[in-house]
Ligand binder design. Structure first.
Ligand code: ZN
Length: 244
């Protein structure tokens, strides 16, 4: 039996929602104040964490070659435009391909993921040592420790966004950069009937941001979007720094 909880909108704190549709028995709603799309009520966090299983990792690994190429490109882009060296933390590192690419490019690279099977792969197959299993907050890295923090397909999974983002901000070096990728519900290629969008994944994807809702969420943690890459697929790809 899955336990459920009703939450306030994590972007604006609002509590008025318009019901959109239901998928696998889970209600998808839109915040009436800021337009964030989310699952609400939703299964409680511990149950969501338990849904990360080996099958998820297996699916990820089958695309390994393509992912390696994409990770190397992402690292090069950061080096060209933002930070050339230092410490890199990949949050939600899964099997470790971003950590590997960052290390090969000369970064002191770290990774963290809640999924044990993925971390096991990163250690055994890729030989990575600085990868940790658990939540970001549990690692207790020193303040302002990382020059680059990557959050690829992570935010939409995080049950408790505010403590998570507060920790990301705490860990970021003063001149550091964060790259975030998450599905973009405001993208022109998202089907008008939202329930047909493949990114709509009950329990797994808890929130569906657009440019505005994501920028507003980050602003609440002293972070500002400095650039955005246009994406043909409905995804947000943004670079973020400390405000001011
Ligand atoms: Zn809202």
């Amino acid at each position: 039996m899955v336990r459920c909880e009703t939450i306030a909108c994590p972007v604006c704190g609002g509590s008025h929602f318009t019901r959109l549709f239901e998928k696998h028995g889970e209600p998808f709603v839109r915040c009436r104040d800021c337009a964030l799309v989310l699952i609400n009520p939703r299964p409680v966090a511990t149950d969501v964490l338990n849904s990360y299983d080996a099958a998820y990792t297996g699916h990820y690994l089958r695309k390994a070659a393509k992912k390696r190429t994409r990770c190397r490109r992402a690292v090069r882009r950061i080096q060209r435009h933002y930070v050339t060296s230092g410490r890199w933390l990949d949050v939600g590192c899964s099997a470790g391909f971003v950590v590997e690419a960052a290390a090969q490019a000369g970064f002191d690279a770290f990774g963290v993921d809640v999924e044990a099977a993925a971390i096991d792969h990163a250690r055994r197959v890729l030989g990575l040592r600085q990868v940790a299993c658990g939540t970001l907050q549990a690692q207790a890295y020193p303040a302002q420790y990382f020059d680059v923090i990557s959050l690829y397909d992570v935010l939409e999974h995080v049950p408790d966004l505010h403590p998570f983002l507060a920790e990301v901000e705490r860990l970021l070096a003063p001149a550091g950069v964060i790259e975030i990728r998450t599905p973009d519900v405001g993208h022109w290629r998202v089907p008008r009937r939202l329930e047909r969008w493949p990114e709509i994944k009950p329990s797994e994807h808890l929130y569906y941001f657009d440019r505005r809702t994501l920028a507003r969420l980050l602003a609440g943690h002293g972070l500002v979007v400095v650039s955005r890459r246009l994406a043909f697929k409905p995804g947000l790809k943004i670079y973020v720094r400390r405000a001011g």
